[in-house]
Design a protein. Structure first.
Length: 475
């Protein structure tokens, strides 16, 4: 029986944006409505910018990609991009807060500016604010430079998490100690801090107290291609995982149970089976040891996550590059199992045929769907494989005989390839909302037209935050 597209989890982007804006505006609303802000304009600007920065910092705790209510519909790519760019915006607002506290030089009050600067730099009672600003700046700079730092990813991640918790404590301490909003405002700051911190802490606590019997088990590890391993894991007796094709899991192997050691991997098997398959490409500290993992090892799984899931019912064009074949295998398998009836075209590109997974992983599904995979290698070594890289022509041929406006294009692979596929599909007439991709590295690849539209959406939201601050300032 043809399958229905899986139900979307998580809130729609507009609802998330309005909720975000409402939370930023909430602490300022009473003063805006009653006109009871500070009598000095500069101090109103300082308070508005400071409050907006503080709420944005607190909300960073829940935009880390772990919460399906947030990332379930918009996807982990957009969630992480938001998390990455909201932090520098919060930093700019925090700097604006400090500058407004200092104020402009006043010719009628010589020495005032120097006194204000001295107060901000060394005045008593502001140690928390100074520390918070330095910590925020350090977290932002280290996150933006992460891929260029000679630091293990895990070390950076642990530092980032601990720094974030310390920052939340400092920000709330500063807001409460300021006391200008009275006990009700202080209570609300503490409540907001708890509301954003507890869900993150519960992920850690849940993992620590989970009995070993509830862990999954590594069944087998075998080479799938050059520097690529196929892992099969099975659940504890009586359990399984209900997921949609194309989703991913956070995985930690062995005794390392804390989510700090989790790595995201797409599920490479179709839903419905008891065991799960993963394809792991050697990339860094953990993945380079994939071949040394031994069957029987304990595996912690936090899943399902992600929204890289087929949605429409028109023709589906699947374009995989390298290890990006993992979620595509799950989707292909699902389409084959459910006789979806959707016309499917499947393109698989890799740098060499040695880097391609064996046909036994995709050919049975292709046979069932009655399709011939288009295999593309940058160093084509056989007649069955076309010479790469993937071009406009390959995608044009994939759409031949189909109405582009009704097609859905899903691509997963190296960042630049996904950008190329997304922009080319758009160019060929596929609607933007029908094009989806999943990045395995948040830093990789130039931005596609779709990414630029997303960034424009973020900019509009932060413009809204600034507008709230301006209204508060001028009210
Ligand atoms: C949604 C998603 C699905 C993925 N699916 C697959 C897959 O099916 N197969 C596969 O081989 N790879 C997949 N990856 C990439 C994989 O998670 C990283 O290659 C792996 O975590 C690297 O770990 P490492 O310790 O070997 O490398 P490290 O040396 O620790 O890191 C190398 C780089 O990998 C990235 N990375 C490392 N740890 C994480 C993490 N916890 N979260 C996000 N990025 C991280 C960072 O960009 C880092 O710079 C996926 C990534 C994402 C975001």
């Amino acid at each position: 029986m043809p399958s229905r597209p899986p139900k979307r989890r998580g809130l729609p982007p507009l609802v998330l944006a309005l909720f975000y804006l409402a939370l930023v505006a909430a602490p300022m609303l009473p003063a805006i409505l009653s006109g009871t802000g500070h009598w000095q304009g500069a101090m109103r600007l300082a308070t508005g910018a400071g409050v907006a920065a503080a709420v944005m910092i607190l909300l960073q705790m829940i935009t880390s990609g772990r919460f399906e209510a947030i990332s379930g519909r918009i996807g982990i790519d957009i969630t992480m991009a938001f998390h990455k760019w909201a932090a520098p915006v919060a930093l700019l607002l925090a700097v604006l807060h400090v500058l407004a506290v200092i104020g402009l030089p006043d010719p009628e009050r010589p020495g005032r500016l120097a006194r204000r600067i001295e107060f901000v730099l060394s005045g008593p009672g502001l140690w928390d604010a100074r520390l918070a600003l330095l910590l925020l700046a350090a977290l932002v700079v280290l996150a933006l430079l992460r891929d260029r730092l000679a630091m293990r990813y895990q070390t950076w991640r642990a530092g980032h998490a601990l720094g974030a918790v310390a920052l939340v404590l400092l920000v709330v301490w500063h807001a409460v100690e300021d006391g200008s909003g009275g006990p009700v405002a202080a209570g609300l700051w503490v409540a907001l801090a708890l509301a954003v911190t507890l869900p993150a802490l519960s992920v850690y606590a849940g993992r620590l107290i989970r009995p070993a019997a509830r862990c999954w088990r590594l069944d087998s590890v075998r080479p799938a291609a050059e520097h690529l391993w196929l892992l099969e894991v099975s659940p504890p007796e009586g359990q399984g995982l209900d997921f949609a094709p194309g989703q991913f899991a956070w995985i930690a192997v062995g005794r390392k149970r804390l989510p700090l050691h989790d790595h995201p991997f797409s599920i490479a098997s179709a839903p419905g089976g008891r065991a799960l398959r993963f394809l792991v490409q050697e990339a860094g500290d953990f993945t380079r040891t994939a071949g040394q993992l031994t069957p029987g090892m304990r595996v912690s799984i936090d899943a399902p996550h992600g929204s890289f899931v087929p949605r429409g019912d028109g023709p589906l064009i699947l374009v995989a590059g390298g290890v990006g074949i993992a979620p595509i295998l799950s989707i292909l398998g699902h389409l084959a199992q459910t006789d979806s009836g959707r016309p499917v075209r499947f393109l698989y590109a890799a740098r060499s045929t040695a880097a391609m997974v064996p046909p036994e992983l995709y050919q049975p599904a292709c046979n069932r769907l009655g399709i011939t995979p288009v295999l593309i290698s940058d160093a084509a070594e056989s007649d069955a494989v076309q010479r790469g890289p993937l071009t406009h022509g390959h995608l044009e041929r994939a759409l031949e005989g189909l109405d582009p406006a009704s097609c859905e294009v899903m691509t997963c692979g190296p960042g630049p390839m996904m950008t190329f596929v997304a922009d080319t599909a758009l160019d060929l007439g596929v609607p933007m909302q029908n094009i989806s991709y999943e990045r395995f590295s948040y830093a990789a690849g130039g931005s596609s037209a779709k990414d630029r539209r997303t960034l424009a959406g973020f900019a509009a939201l932060w413009g809204g935050v600034l507008a709230v601050v301006m209204v508060y300032w001028l009210a």
